[in-house]
Write a protein of this length. Structure first.
Length: 511
């Protein structure tokens, strides 16, 4: 774990190590538990990024009660005004982009180019959602009856609880907070214990942009201790979780007990199809980026590559050659291509699946081990790993690993490829490389997933289109785009009868 209460040997905590607090009701406050935890740099665990509050139920209750009070006023602030604060937050994030990107690389390991992208995604989301503040459209329709007006308006829900992951520790909180706020909700957010700093940086920016006290609150700590009381709290009206399918199943059931809106964005095992007619060089570049970008730690990571037999050997040989050349190391070094696993338990999972793949009989062509040497000994580094000749039923081809391990599966052609791609528990992202427009459109129609890319890998979603997946990837909601506004609002249909008489719908029909 990059976070721990017990300090491992050699950890540098100095008097200067910064202590970060929860942010509740516009103030930085210590946890009522009196406990803290250390956030360690996964590239070099001797570095303590900061000390954070290890909060408990009492802190959650305090934050939710504060958010509930703040909702009374915030819901009445005109949406265009709320939107201006979002716009301002994006402007501030631009000014702070480099600082926040560096913080993010230090706390979760992904390379600096990518953490800049993570902050940029929050910026984009702020600008996009600010625009929605002047729309928040609802339908106005003609009434069946004379002198009667009919429309539907959006109303906010109240307090929203957000549980966010470590792999996009600013972008994903922004997907949740911005639409919730523009719609007039208040929020309590619990960032992943591995990445509290990036989410604190984001919340601080919202505060600096003028979002009033109590509207956004952040409580740091561990899943069971604070996630559970957030989901159970009766004053919470919506829960949004990005995390594992296992946790999503529990959160969904718990939220249902009190009829909370619940949005779950969960696992993926995303296929990339490469057909014989593909631009092979482009496909290779895409595969490398999709599989090993973010150390494979994206829900959308390209974790299965399904290749038509005509180009199979060439593709595999070349992919392995390129994977071997990837520079792995500390993400703050601009020349590094891939950073460490986020924590020791993720590294153990990667290594466990590598063993499973070998035991299942897949052909491991590169990587497959923890990296050693001066640059690696204090971090959680796993070599980029390629398995070829993978049977689609093998566990390494079915289960989400969330690490730099990719499975290559041969296929006969488009139909067979789509069958393999869809024969999976998840349905987040998918992609196909082909120059044949007919095949591309067939894949667009038949890949059963929330996202399909043509001639691009499975990663790279933009904030103004729906993000989410089918089957065990979620429960039908989407983040991004207008779907997020739908999630954070509830419809109210309004009928205004200005006829001055009782008009009974469906009965007093005009001639
Ligand atoms: C994730 O995969 O966990 O689409 C989020 C992408 C990013 C977001 C990924 N914009 O790859």
């Amino acid at each position: 774990m990059a976070t721990m209460e017990q300090k491992p040997a050699g950890v540098h905590t100095t008097a200067k190590t910064k202590v970060f607090k929860n942010f509740i009701g516009g103030e930085w406050v210590e946890s009522r538990t009196g406990r803290t935890f250390e956030n360690l740099n996964p590239a070099d665990t001797r570095e303590v990024v900061g000390i954070f509050q290890k909060s408990g139920k009492e802190d959650v209750d305090h934050a939710i009660e504060t958010a509930k009070q703040a909702f009374r006023k915030w819901r009445l602030v005109p949406a265009p005004r709320r939107a201006e604060m979002l716009y301002k937050a994006s402007e501030l994030l631009i000014a702070r982009k480099e600082e926040y990107a560096r913080d993010m690389t230090r706390e979760m390991g992904k390379v600096i180019k990518e953490t800049r992208g993570d902050v940029q995604e929050a910026i984009d989301c702020g600008y996009y959602t600010a625009g929605e503040g002047r729309r928040l459209f609802g339908p106005t329709v003609p009434s069946e009856l004379p002198n009667k007006f009919a429309m539907a308006i959006r109303q906010p829900l109240g307090v929203c609880a957000m549980i966010t992951p470590w792999n996009f520790p600013m972008a994903i909180p922004s997907w949740k907070l911005f639409p919730a706020l523009v719609a007039g909700n208040t929020a309590v957010i619990k960032p992943a214990q591995d990445t509290p700093l990036s989410t604190l940086n984001f919340v601080k920016t919202l505060h600096d942009a003028g979002i009033p006290a109590g509207v956004v609150n952040i409580v740091t700590g561990f899943g069971g201790e604070i996630g559970t009381p957030m989901v159970e709290h009766p004053a919470v009206r919506a829960v949004s979780l990005t995390g594992s399918t296992a946790v999503g199943r529990i959160v969904g059931q718990e939220a249902a007990k009190t009829f909370k809106h619940c949005s779950l964005e969960l696992g993926g095992k995303n296929p990339m199809i490469v057909l014989d007619d593909a631009n092979l060089d482009l496909a290779l570049e895409g595969a490398l980026w999709g599989a090993f970008g973010t150390t494979g730690q994206r829900c959308t990571a390209t974790s299965r590559i399904i290749i038509q037999k005509g180009v199979y050997k060439k593709f595999v040989d070349e992919l392995v050659a390129r994977a071997k050349k990837l520079k792995v190391g500390n993400g703050l070094d601009e020349s590094v291509d891939m950073g460490p696993a986020v924590n020791s338990s993720q590294m153990e999972t990667d290594l466990k699946y590598i063993k499973i793949g070998k035991d299942e009989g897949a052909k491991m062509l590169c990587g497959g081990h923890r990296l050693e040497g001066e640059a690696y000994n204090h971090g959680w580094f796993v070599a980029p790993t390629v398995f070829a000749d993978v049977d689609p039923k093998m566990r390494i081809a079915q289960e989400e690993i969330f690490g730099p391990v990719v499975s290559i599966i041969p296929c006969d052609g488009l139909e067979n490829a789509i069958e393999i791609a869809n024969d999976i528990e998840y349905g987040l992202s998918s992609s196909i490389y082909t120059k044949d427009v007919n095949k591309a459109f067939t894949a667009m129609r038949d890949l059963y997933a929330g996202i399909t890319y043509i001639n691009a890998p499975t990663i790279g979603a933009e904030v103004h289109l729906p993000f989410g997946g089918t089957k065990a990837t979620g429960n039908g909601h989407r983040e991004g785009g207008i779907g997020a506004i739908d999630f954070y609002t509830e419809w109210k249909s309004v009928y205004v009868d200005y006829s001055d008489k009782l008009q009974r719908a469906q009965i007093d029909r005009p001639e």
